[in-house]
Design a protein around this ligand. Structure first.
Ligand code: ADE
Length: 421
């Protein structure tokens, strides 16, 4: 049996059922599995992964294994691991280091263990694995063909590394694919964040003042879902174009200093730190609910909240009641970590299907580049649009939908720049 550390192997049977449930909703990954099962293009290649251990990730892991890869895996967030899924993977022989509720030291211990097996490829969500390689395991870099990154925050950081010459091997920005960014970030984060809030609080959304910090793809997804449930949605932004989009899409726009006074539910989706701080907590109404759906737990300043508190208790799973010195109660969900993955199960399988098909394709592109001797430059790359269209095409056909094709004349028209009025 492979080396692993999970919470409890006895949970494996329940995890197996969860994985089967996800599998039945991930037809694009199933198609990739069927396509590469015989040829096993990953044979002889080792992938270290650091990505939320969920039922959907398990389906990705199984797809890689069927395509011949050897894997070692850790979770990319201390609260997002589904222990039953981790147990099922360990029982199936996957080298996995992940459990729900680990501390920061344990988090990095798990990453270290996945690097023990000297990977040829890295796969990240949030870039903690690739940072660890660059900081602590530089000796592994000559052996590494490249990496892939799942999320906006991770890609942002890797671009900064590349700009500063700190990046030492090529990376694919999976996040930048249309079939990731326009679906996972919008519909996935939108629905699963509401799911997390509801599982943690069970409150009525209709009629609430629902404040969304950040109107990027994730924030807009959350705001529009909340609006659909009848909330009065308020957007806070720093980017004029995003704020403008928010207002034209029917949300009120204001500064966080103002929103703090009126909000019933707050969710951060910005990717930056200190979006909600002490001065905001002090102005919030009694009973305000505060959570985050950005990758890192820095968006809500919990140190400030701790300083302002008179007392604290866990009132429901993933819901802590802070009674402030001013007498008001603030409810912090999932300790300010990703509410959708900590309090719920993350994005639904149907969207992760496309995101993870991109992960698979990106890893395969790296392996193929190695095999052909045509290496990618050390930078953050995008996959070609044709891969996006392929994934969307398979997804549509599995949903039973057909679309039109351009005629020869239409193609010629498109190519002819002289055609005018
Ligand atoms: N990120 C967001 N949702 C996810 C899920 N269900 N599995 C893995 N990563 C995720």
């Amino acid at each position: 049996m492979a080396k692993f550390k999970v919470k409890d192997l006895k949970l494996a049977e329940q995890g197996k059922l969860k994985i089967q449930w996800a599998e039945s909703r991930m037809p694009v990954l199933a198609a990739l599995r069927a396509k590469y099962k015989k040829t096993k293009p990953f044979k002889g290649f080792k992938i270290a992964g650091c990505l939320h251990v969920t039922k959907e990730t398990a389906v990705l892991i199984k797809t890689f294994i069927d395509a011949g890869a050897e894997l070692s895996w850790s979770g990319c967030n201390p609260l997002s691991t589904q222990d039953d899924v981790a147990a099922a993977l360990a029982k199936d022989g996957v080298s996995i280091y992940a459990w729900h509720g680990m501390n920061t030291k344990e988090f990095y211990w798990c990453i270290d263990r996945t690097l023990d097996f000297k990977p040829h490829l890295t796969l990240d969500d949030g870039a903690d694995l690739i940072f660890t390689v660059h900081k602590k395991y530089k000796n592994l870099i000559p052996n590494i063909i490249g990496g892939t990154e799942e999320t906006t925050t991770g890609v942002h950081r890797l671009r900064k590394m590349a700009e500063k010459g700190a990046l030492k091997y090529p990376v694919f920005a999976v996040n930048d694919m249309i079939t990731k960014w326009d679906f996972d970030n919008v519909y996935g984060t939108g629905q699963s964040s509401i799911d997390g809030i509801l599982r943690a609080t069970s409150v009525l959304i209709a009629g609430k003042n629902f404040v969304v910090a950040g109107y990027g793809h994730c924030g807009s997804g959350v705001a529009n879902k909340a609006k659909g449930l009848g909330a009065n949605t308020i957007i806070t932004e720093v980017k004029p174009t995003a704020a403008l989009k928010g207002t034209l899409e029917g949300h009120e726009v204001m500064k966080m200093d103002e929103a703090a006074k009126t909000g019933d539910i707050f969710i951060t989706a910005t990717g930056v730190k200190d979006v909600i701080t002490g001065k905001h907590f002090q102005n919030m109404k009694d009973g305000a609910i505060v959570c985050n759906t950005g990758h890192y737990d820095c968006e809500i300043n919990i140190t400030d909240l701790e300083k302002l508190k008179k007392s604290k208790r866990t009132i429901r799973p993933n819901c802590e009641e802070y009674t402030l010195k001013n007498g008001n109660r603030i409810y912090l969900l999932a300790k300010g970590r990703l509410v959708n993955l900590s309090a719920a199960e993350g994005h639904p399988s149907e969207v992760m299907d496309m995101s993870f098909a991109n992960q698979f394709n990106a890893q395969l592109a790296l392996v193929n580049s190695y095999k052909s001797g045509k290496k990618y430059s050390i930078d953050v790359h995008k996959l070609p649009d044709s891969m996006d269209q392929d994934i969307a095409g398979v997804k549509l056909s599995t949903m039973g939908m057909k679309i039109d094709k351009l005629t020869k004349e239409q193609i010629m028209y498109n190519d002819d720049f002289s055609a005018g009025t």
